[in-house]
Structures are given as C-alpha cells and as structure tokens.
Write a protein that binds this ligand. Structure first.
Ligand SMILES: Nc1ncnc2c1ncn2[C@@H]1O[C@H](COP(=O)(O)OP(=O)(O)OP(=O)(O)O)[C@@H](O)[C@H]1O
Length: 225
C-alpha cells in the first residue's frame, strides 16, 4: 500500500464564534505526489491547509503529516522577511543552529533547485512575483521539508509565471521526493498534478484523477474543452 505523507481522519473544526467549517473530513495524500485542492470560495481550502500546518487546532479528529512542513502563502510579501534572496533562505535555518558552511551549502542547493542560484545577492524588492514564490519554496527546501503546502501561490502571478511555478513544483516533487498540496481555482493547473480533491462547504465531495475532476468542473462552469 502507498505510504501517506498527509493523513487526516474525521477532522472537525469550528471557529471560536461557533461557525462550523469541517464536520468529519478524511483524506490521504500519498508520499512523493503532487495533489491539488479545489473548491468554491469559502469551502474551507485555506482553513484545511492551516489545520494541516498546525496553525489552527482541530476541534476533534486526527492530522498526521510528515515533518518538517513548508507553507507558501498567496502573497509572498507576507513571508519574505530579509533584504536579499540568500539571506531570506538562510533565515529559515536559524533555529537549526548549523555551522556557517552548511548554511551556505543548503542555501545554494535550495536556490539551484528553483533555478535562482544566480540571484543569491539580489534584493527581494527587485524580484518578480514568480521569483518571490520560488524564494519561498527554496526556504522550505533548505529546511529539508517533507511536505509543501501552497495556498493559491499563483493568485497574484501573470499567466506565464503561473504555469512556470506549477511546472517548477511538479519537477521538485519528482526530483526531491517532496509531497505537495496546492490550493487553486485554475483548472489549467490540474494538468500538472497527480490527483485532486474537491471541497464543498467543508465536505470532500470528490477526489482522484485530475482529468476527471477537471471535466466535472468544466461542466459545472459551462466551459467546453
Ligand atoms: N479567521 C476567521 N474567523 C472566522 N471565520 C473564518 C476565518 N477565516 C475564514 N473563515 C470562514 O471559514 C470558512 C472557510 O474559509 P476559507 O478561507 O478556508 O475558504 P476558502 O475555500 O479558502 O475560500 P477562498 O477560495 O475564498 O480563499 C468561510 O465561511 C470563512 O468565512
């Protein structure tokens, strides 16, 4: 049987004022695969990612996720904190207290993995939106993250950069054995993943083959292929 990097069982979650988001949600993401999470506005996609990352605590149920976990937000300006590319990736390693030489090596490897090695000294403000998202991903790779959670990482990117980023993550999953869960509204991004979940009002109503889910959503939205 395939090993799961993310395993959720009977997850329940309500906001403090009592608004229930998940009543009994269960899912598995196989290790080393790239899965996407789709659903209408307010269906609970971001809340689920935050529960998986441990940023929110379930009311009940179980979340098992391979550690360490990296999180990529919709807006990279909310997570890049240092003045230059190399310094930002290195900043994520501070807690590990590694020797300087090892930090440098990990930063260089991670930036090479996202094709940004030559921009190590570039100020963050001088990067495009897509390059900033790749710096955020490099931060997770430098920390040797087993799982990458990406919350609409292409929402603020132009169409070419959107597809570049999704292809980049597909390559990383294959080359580094990372498991990725990517939230999106864009059906063309489904062409790059191994599987997808469809969330409706906190319930997983479909899961599996991305092409089938794409067809289903195109019918709902009245788009012809
Ligand atoms: N901080 C919060 N406090 C209370 N309710 C919240 C909070 N954040 C989100 N919600 C509510 O939780 C539900 C799920 O929201 P969530 O942001 O997870 O949906 P989503 O599927 O990611 O939506 P979108 O596609 O619009 O980003 C919604 O009803 C939303 O109004």
């Amino acid at each position: 049987m395939t090993e799961s990097a993310i395993k959720v069982r009977d997850l329940c979650f309500s906001w403090p004022k009592g608004e229930s988001v998940f009543k009994s949600c269960s899912l598995d993401v196989p290790k080393g695969q790239f899965w996407m999470l789709l659903g209408t506005n307010g269906s609970g996609k971001s809340t689920l990612l935050r529960l998986l990352a441990g940023l929110l605590t379930p009311s009940s149920g179980e979340v098992q996720i391979s550690q360490p976990v990296g999180f990529v937000f919709q807006n990279p300006d909310h997570q890049l904190v240092m003045p230059t590319v190399g310094a930002d990736v290195a900043f994520g390693l501070v807690a590990e207290n590694l020797p300087q030489r090892q930090v440098r090596q990990r930063v260089e490897e991670a930036l090479a993995a996202v094709n940004l090695w030559s921009l190590q000294r570039r100020p963050i403000y001088a990067l495009s939106g897509g390059q900033k998202q790749r710096v955020a991903i490099a931060g997770a790779i430098a920390r040797r993250c087993e799982v990458l959670l990406l919350d609409e990482p292409t929402a603020l990117l132009d169409p070419d950069s959107q597809l570049d980023l999704v292809k980049q993550v597909q390559r990383l999953v294959k080359s580094q054995g990372i498991t990725a869960l990517w939230v999106t509204h864009r059906l063309d991004e489904l062409n790059y993943c191994d599987g997808a979940f469809l969330l409706e009002k906190g319930q997983l109503v479909d899961r599996g083959d991305p092409d089938r889910l794409k067809q289903r959503l195109m019918q709902v939205e009245g788009i012809s292929s």
